[in-house]
Design a protein around this ligand. Structure first.
Ligand code: FES
Length: 270
């Protein structure tokens, strides 16, 4: 509306607006000072500052320093019970240039519909609840790789007696896909294995989903997110470590794999 006024009228309106804002600011500063000086009133003041509208009003007048991290954590605390009830959780990593960077855990972190809903809940809560946050970015979780002892990766003179089985030439494994193979150990035992070739990086897992031990032959390998999603009920795994992103603590059983003279070997027994 001010833009429609002629320059003189606009200058007067601007001056009037500034004067009113200054009266508000001085009045608020007086109230805050008096409340801070009184023990009982100080507690009420701190309660009031937690109120989003009061906090915004005081922030607008430069009376409280906006602290988006504290505020964002308060907002996340309010949605946490909902996340916990679905087996999920969230942690705030940092707030930078109005963007909240979060890490999602448990049921929040996966490929299912419910994880998408929980993610939306976190995003909405932060963007609507914290005035200085305009966007939310989900950081990838740092996978906890399965540790395979180095000794188990060495192939000795008699690989078969050590449980190693030759799979075939590495060049024969489809790139950016997973291959299901049946390997026969020297003991005669057969082991179903999947070999994931994500960007030429090979990982081998026993072909059993950590959920109900069903085969992963038709699992979906997503190279963008480096995840492997079980076709049966959607459990989602880190393709390189086998860590389950849908259920904390669950894990695909990773098998030692090495490439020797162009051939892929997998150790199926200890
Ligand atoms: S068997 Fe894989 S998600 Fe159920």
């Amino acid at each position: 509306a001010l833009a429609g006024l002629d320059p003189d009228a606009r200058a007067v309106a601007d001056e009037l607006k500034s004067a009113i804002e200054e009266i508000h600011r001085v009045g608020l500063v007086t109230m805050v000072r008096r409340m801070r000086a009184d023990d009982a009133a100080r507690a009420a003041l701190f309660d009031l500052v937690d109120d989003p509208t009061v906090h915004m009003l005081l922030s607008l007048h430069g009376i409280v320093r906006p602290d988006p991290v504290t505020h964002a954590n308060q907002v996340l605390a309010s949605v946490r019970p909902q996340l916990h009830s679905h087996g999920g959780d969230v942690t705030l990593a940092r707030v930078e240039d109005g963007i909240a960077f979060v890490r999602l855990e448990g049921a929040c972190n996966g490929c299912s519909m419910s994880s998408v809903t929980l993610r939306n809940l976190v995003e909405e809560a932060l963007v609507q609840g914290v005035p200085s946050i305009t966007a939310v970015e989900v950081l990838p979780n740092e996978p906890t790789p399965t540790l395979i002892p180095v000794e188990s990766l060495r192939i000795g003179r008699d690989p078969a007696s050590e449980g190693w089985v030759r799979v075939g030439p590495a060049s024969g494994l489809a790139v950016d896909e997973l291959s299901a193979v049946t390997l026969t150990a020297a003991t005669g035992a057969t082991v179903e294995v999947i070999v994931v070739n994500a960007g030429q990086r090979l990982s081998a897992y026993r072909n059993e989903c950590a959920h109900e031990a069903l085969p992963l032959n038709n699992a979906v390998l997503d190279l963008d997110s480096n995840t492997l999603t079980c076709p049966w009920h959607g459990f989602c795994y880190d393709a390189t470590s086998g860590e389950c992103l849908s259920a904390p603590g669950a894990q695909l059983e990773q098998l030692p794999l090495r490439v020797d003279d162009g051939d892929v070997w997998i150790r199926v027994t200890a």
